[in-house]
Write a protein that binds this ligand. Structure first.
Ligand SMILES: Nc1ncnc2c1ncn2[C@@H]1O[C@H](COP(=O)(O)OP(=O)(O)OP(=O)(O)O)[C@@H](O)[C@H]1O
Length: 275
C-alpha cells in the first residue's frame, strides 16, 4: 500500500538568541503519522499557539528541513529532492493554503492571474482559453465561477471568497494532498463552516486528502476523520476524531475539549456558527 504522506520520527530544533544566549527550541518532537493513498481523509493537526503545527506544515511542504526523521510523499523521501524538475513534481502533489488570503494575494495583481499562472506552470496551459478553462473547472469546485473573479483585485472580494479562490488555485495542479494552515482564522465566523465543509466535499469528489491545521478543536471535531492533538511539539493524542473527542485520554486533550466544546459534542457546529 502506498502512503500519500508518511512522517517517521520527525523532530525539528531551532537555535535562537545570540552567541552567548543561544538556546535550542524543540519545535517538533518525534512525530510519526501516515496518510494512506487509498483512503482520502481530512486529517486535523490541533494545538494551541506554539505547539509546533506550522513547523510541521513547513516541513511537509518542504520549506523547512527536519533535524531528524524522514518525510515521504507517495513513497518518495522529500528531504533529498534535488533538481528543479523534482521540486516542481512535488509541488504539484502537495499544495498549500495559507492563513491570510489578503496577504497571499498581492493587492496590485489581478486575482485571475494567480489562477492562470498556476494553470500554465502545473497543467501546461498554452493559451488564455486553456487557462480560463482550467481556472473555471477549479472555481466551480469551490462554488465560484470565472465571471465572478475575472479582472478583479483582492480588495474587491471578501475574505471568504478569496479563501475559496485560494482553494481553487491549489486544486489546479490536481494535488494528492492539500495542507491548509489555519485557513479560516481570518475569515468571518459566519463563513467559516462553509469553507471547512468544502474540505469534506473535495475529499469525496476528488479523492484528495487534506491536512487541516487549527487551534480550533470544534471545527476539527466537526470536519475531520482523524486528528492528532499536539502540545509543546509532541503528539499527545491521536485517532479517529469522534473517538478522541468523545473519550479524550490525555489531561491536555480533556482540558482543551472542556474549554471549547459544549457538553454535547454533536452540537459543536452550533458553537461554530455562533463564532
Ligand atoms: N524559525 C524559528 N526560529 C526559532 N524558533 C522558532 C522558529 N519557528 C518556530 N519557532 C518556535 O517553535 C515553536 C513552535 O512554533 P510553531 O510556529 O510551529 O507553532 P504553532 O503551533 O504553529 O503556533 P502558531 O499557531 O502560533 O503559529 C515555538 O516555540 C516557536 O517560537
Amino acid at each position: 500500500m502506498t502512503h500519500v504522506l508518511q512522517l517517521d520520527d520527525v523532530s525539528k530544533q531551532f537555535r535562537s538568541g545570540g552567541l552567548f544566549s543561544a538556546r535550542t527550541v524543540n519545535a517538533v518532537k518525534h512525530v510519526s503519522f501516515t496518510l494512506d493513498d487509498d483512503i482520502p481523509e481530512v486529517f486535523a493537526i490541533v494545538g494551541q499557539s506554539g505547539s509546533g503545527k506550522s513547523t510541521l506544515a513547513n516541513m511537509i511542504l518542504g520549506s523547512e528541513k527536519p533535524s531528524s526523521g524522514s518525510i515521504s510523499v507517495l513513497g518518495e523521501d522529500i528531504t533529498d529532492r534535488r533538481s528543479g524538475q523534482e521540486k516542481q513534481r512535488f509541488m504539484s502533489r502537495v499544495q498549500p493554503i495559507f492563513q491570510n488570503p489578503f496577504e497571499a494575494f498581492n493587492p496590485l495583481t489581478r486575482i485571475d492571474s494567480y489562477l492562470f499562472s498556476t494553470a500554465r506552470r502545473f497543467r501546461g496551459a498554452r493559451s488564455r482559453k486553456d487557462e480560463e478553462a482550467l481556472s473555471e473547472e477549479s472555481l466551480q469546485l469551490v462554488g465560484l465561477s470565472m465571471d465572478e473573479v475575472r479582472g478583479r483585485y483582492s480588495h474587491e472580494l471578501s475574505g471568504g471568497q478569496l479563501q475559496r479562490i485560494a482553494v481553487a488555485r491549489a486544486l489546479i495542479p490536481k494535488p494528492d494532498l492539500i495542507i491548509a494552515d489555519e485557513p479560516v482564522s481570518m475569515v468571518d465566523a459566519s463563513l467559516r463552516m462553509s469553507i471547512v465543509n468544502l474540505f469534506r466535499e473535495l475529499r469525496d469528489q476528488l479523492g484528495v486528502s487534506i491536512i487541516y491545521i487549527t487551534h480550533d478543536l470544534a471545527t476539527a471535531y466537526y470536519i475531520s476523520d482523524r486528528l492528532i492533538i499536539m502540545k509543546s511539539g509532541e503528539i499527545v493524542e491521536s485517532g479517529l476524531a469522534k473517538e478522541v473527542l468523545d473519550n479524550p485520554q490525555h489531561p491536555y486533550s480533556r482540558a482543551l475539549k472542556e474549554a471549547v466544546l459544549p457538553p454535547d459534542p454533536e452540537r459543536a457546529h452550533e458553537v461554530i456558527r455562533l463564532g
